[in-house]
Design a protein around this ligand. Structure first.
Ligand code: PEP
Ligand code: MN
Length: 338
């Protein structure tokens, strides 16, 4: 259930209501929107008579939320959630481009990638340090050294940073160094990790699982938000289908649908979705046209020498050309690129 407060409500009225809800067995979440405050009350008491709540001071209306994801749904907050990371906003009318190598390989490699993507207008630098590889014999990432390099290069270039975490230890370590923590497709339903992400104190980039439904994806976000962290960015990165000529199948309808169902920002990863460098441009443009709030794109200074995902990584010049093509498209969609 959601309790929508009146515009002129005060702290005392909110506290009284909060206590009443807690005494009734509800877990409460204060959601401060741009215009008004709402209190999300989550509990199993679906059939309780809530009519008394509506007459309490400061309360405008009480809504029952029928969706299983109570806190991330649009009903609870009509306007888009806008996250502030470093000096940039993610969500709302912004189009955020996150770019960088699949994996942090060395300081030279990361610096070259960072300067290149910054020059072309990216706002956030990506780089994996804890890599969830299909084969145990593949490069597994530089771990703590990798996140340390991300912090160093982020500070030097002024770019915000994002890296994937795979367990409690990597989450605690990465949270000390980077601005955004990514939960990868393979861990989307690692519920313990989702709960820990709820207490991480950093925004979370939550990728859609390889074969997760939109509802399962939103429920994963609900885990993080209900554990105390409202700063979640959803990322569609392609799903498993019968089609094997691309690495995954980019589900752009899920992006348009998620934008209707949730107030959280939704971005697209055309690199992992297609697995093919030549498809990254067209799918990036399609994602923007479908209403995505941003993109996360793999860029490597020398893709042929990359330790991971070189075949789907753009060269800096290709990335620059893509960014040039995206600008008028973003403007046509009413979005500001930075
Ligand atoms: C990644 O972004 O480096 C990654 C491994 O992505 P995904 O979890 O979507 O496969
Ligand atoms: Mn990759």
């Amino acid at each position: 259930m959601v309790v929508v407060m009146k515009l002129n409500t005060n702290a005392e009225q909110i506290a009284t209501l909060d206590n009443r809800l807690k005494a009734g067995g509800f877990q409460t979440h204060l959601i401060k929107g741009v215009k008004r405050i709402v209190i999300g009350a989550v509990g199993d008491r679906q059939h309780e008579d809530l009519s008394g709540l509506e007459s309490m001071p400061g309360v405008e209306k009480v809504l029952r939320i029928m969706k299983p994801y109570k806190l991330v749904c649009r009903e609870v907050q009509e306007e888009d959630t806008v996250l502030k990371v470093g000096g940039i906003n993610i969500g709302g009318n912004k189009l955020t481009v996150i770019a960088g190598p699949c994996a942090v390989e060395s300081k030279e490699q990361l610096l070259a990638a960072a300067y290149a993507v910054r020059r072309s207008g990216a706002g956030v630098l990506r780089g994996g340090a804890y890599k969830p590889r299909t084969s145990p014999y593949s490069f597994q990432g530089l771990e703590e050294e990798g996140v340390r390099l991300l912090a160093e290069v982020g500070a030097q270039t002024g770019l915000a940073t994002v890296t994937e975490v795979v367990d409690e230890e990597s989450l605690i370590t990465a949270a000390r160094y980077v601005d955004i923590l990514q939960i990868g497709a393979r861990n989307m339903q690692n519920f313990r990790l989702l709960r820990l992400a709820g207490q991480a104190g950093k925004p979370i980039l939550l990728k859609r699982g390889l074969s997760a439904t939109v509802e399962e994806w939103l429920m994963a976000a609900e885990y993080i938000v209900s554990a105390g962290n409202g700063e979640v960015i959803l990322c569609e990165r392609g799903i498993r289908t019968f089609e094997n000529s691309t690495r995954n199948t980019l589900d752009l309808s899920a992006v348009a649908l998620a934008k209707r169902l949730t107030h959280l920002p939704v971005i697209v990863d055309p690199s992992h979705a297609t697995g093919k460098r030549e498809l990254v441009g067209p799918m990036s443009r399609a994602a923007v046209a479908a209403g995505a709030d941003g993109l996360i794109i793999e860029v490597h200074p020398d893709p042929a020498a990359a330790l991971c995902d070189g075949h789907q990584s753009l060269e800096p010049d290709e990335f620059d050309r893509l960014m040039t093509k995206l600008r008028p498209l973003a403007a046509a969609m009413g979005r500001e690129m930075r």
